[in-house]
Design a protein around this ligand. Structure first.
Ligand SMILES: [Zn+2]
Ligand SMILES: [Zn+2]
Length: 138
């Protein structure tokens, strides 16, 4: 009779142990999934970071209009740049392209479409020195 009780207690313990193990396993699995998804998100973020210029950086680039008698060809779309079209002037090499063409290119490649000169971020304007006016000694 005592054996039945011992067996019953044993089975209950075993059942609880199994439930506990499954619970721990689920927690571990959830943690693993979370870790994996975090790593995937991080990788996506890295991948999403374009190597080209950002909108903000594009805004800082020089912009101009195609002048008269330039007769240049846009190296991106291979069409002639007509007078008066909005153009993008590459800093450094001064190559000129249609603005939409250049922007689309530059968002993927931080280099001049024609000569592949790497575009360095435009020199940041030196911050004007703020005059620290100390109060006159009284
Ligand atoms: Zn073009
Ligand atoms: Zn160039």
């Amino acid at each position: 009779m005592i054996w039945v009780v011992v067996l019953g207690v044993f089975l209950v313990c075993l059942g609880m142990g199994v439930v506990f193990s499954v619970y721990v396993l689920m927690l571990w699995y959830a943690g693993l999934r979370e870790e994996a998804s975090a790593a995937a998100a991080e990788a996506a973020e890295k991948k999403g970071r374009k190597s080209g210029l950002t909108e903000e950086e594009l805004e800082k680039l020089e912009e101009g209009k195609v002048g008269a008698g330039v007769g240049a060809e846009c190296a991106v779309c291979l069409e002639e740049m007509a007078e008066g079209q909005v153009a993008r002037v590459m800093p450094g090499c001064r190559h000129t392209f249609h603005r939409p063409c250049a922007d689309a290119w530059l968002q993927a490649h931080p280099a001049c479409p024609l000569c592949r000169a790497r575009l360095l971020p435009p020199p940041s304007q030196p911050q004007p020195q703020t005059q620290v006016t100390s109060p006159p000694p009284s």
